[in-house]
Design a protein around this ligand. Sequence first.
Ligand SMILES: Cc1cc2nc3c(=O)[nH]c(=O)nc-3n(C[C@H](O)[C@H](O)[C@H](O)COP(=O)(O)OP(=O)(O)OC[C@H]3O[C@@H](n4cnc5c(N)ncnc54)[C@H](O)[C@@H]3O)c2cc1C
Length: 474
Amino acid sequence: MKKRVVIIGAGPAGLTAGIELLKRSDHEVKILERDNIIGGLARTNDYKNYKFDIGPHHFITEKPEIEKWWKDLMGPDFIKHHRFTRILYKKKYFNYPLNGLNVIRNLNIFECVSCVLSYVKYRFFPIKDIKSFEDWVINKFGKRLFNIFFKTYTEKVWGIPCNKISSDWASQRIKGFSMSKAIFYAFFGKWFKKNAPRTLSDEFYYPPNGSGQLWNRVADNIKSNNDGDILLNQNVVSIKHNDGQVNAVLTKNNNNAESSLLNRYNAQSFLSSMPLQALINALKPLPEKKVLDAANSLVYRGLITVNLVIDKENIFPDHWVYIHDKDVKMGRIGNMGNFSEGMLGNKKHSTLSLEYFTYVGDEIWNASEEDLIALGKKELSVLGIAKEEQILDGIVIKSPEAYPVYDENYQEHLNIVLGYLSNFSNLNLMGRNGMHRYNNMDIAMLSAFKAVDQILLKPDFDILEKSITSETTL
Ligand SMILES: Cc1cc2nc3c(=O)[nH]c(=O)nc-3n(C[C@H](O)[C@H](O)[C@H](O)COP(=O)(O)OP(=O)(O)OC[C@H]3O[C@@H](n4cnc5c(N)ncnc54)[C@H](O)[C@@H]3O)c2cc1C
């Protein structure tokens, strides 16, 4: 009898694990997905033939094995782009990656000198006890540059002051990047592109029909295998375990929210990419209070994208623009048509995806679709990007757990949760929220490779009762 692996979540991590298991073993693979669409945060939504990612998802990696995996899968449908992105600050556009002359022109010479003096000051007198993101960045770049290029945008993303964000986030996201490198690449970058740190890399790949096209292709390969299956609208709400082993997960069908009937999926091994907080709260029996409290202290930042169709061709040249201005709430604008013409339902239009970072339950999260579209229109006009009357249509997408937050105490809570979960012999964690790691698609995939190794390299254990989709109640 074949062994079964149940995978929670059909985002990049879950789909990668699924296809790798099918390639490398004869296990049966069942992927359970809460939403009615695959791809997780990397999906592409279709609205009247206009396509929108959840914030544009470009494909870029420092891992050659991941790049090869993508290229083998996509063949000619994986198109190289030269990135063009800028920062909008005080009505001026700064090229990103920074360009020396462009910075000097935009900031004026006095501001530039202040930035250099501030940088020199912190090189000689650095903050000794680096606790926060703010301390980390100031030591690397000086206070003036921190205020211009890091503070406003970072606070928009996280919704907490920079001095309350853990320095882990900076060291993970901006690692290998320093003032000397920033200046070097600002002036000489075009001759040394190959060695640029990832954050400065100016090339990426993108499929013609959105990032979701790649994940749909993985899903099609899984479904075309007799041993592979992906079930949508299956929200995992209960995880049964005893003696350090998970026996089954129970799902609620999102199509039938009123019903108290649950579907049961038994398996020998389980892989999870669902958020750790929800995972811990779904365990039956529940863990001790200390673990529950730690899980419930993990914080997630939500994202609202206001996706607009504009009656103007090629509205601006960027793939995306970071909005550092304080007078508007949006944090970034993705210009989907510049990723691929295939994203546009009508080539005479442009489509913009405005990103609003938020916490579930706050004012902007609770705002209606109509109000959010009105906000988007107004802010585009404040920024001088489009007039309200040029905006023809729009759709709002809300993602409650877009970012695992690295607040001051997250590591302590995470250690408790991960320590507890490591006691399960047949449950492996992977992915972004599945591990509470601020990861891109490539790293989520690597974590899936690792989780698959853990299953395949483990000695056999007892085959548990095998019965699927037997209906039961909580
Ligand atoms: C705005 C934004 C822009 C980004 N841009 C890029 C980029 O340009 N390049 C890049 O490489 N990465 C980018 N990322 C990161 C990328 O989205 C993630 O790294 C990737 O999606 C992580 O994959 P995952 O499978 O771990 O998680 P997810 O994509 O979150 O997938 C998890 C899946 O699990 C499902 N799930 C959750 N709970 C349950 C449950 N209880 N039961 C069943 N299913 C459940 C979810 O519905 C989801 O489908 C971006 C992220 C954001 C938010």
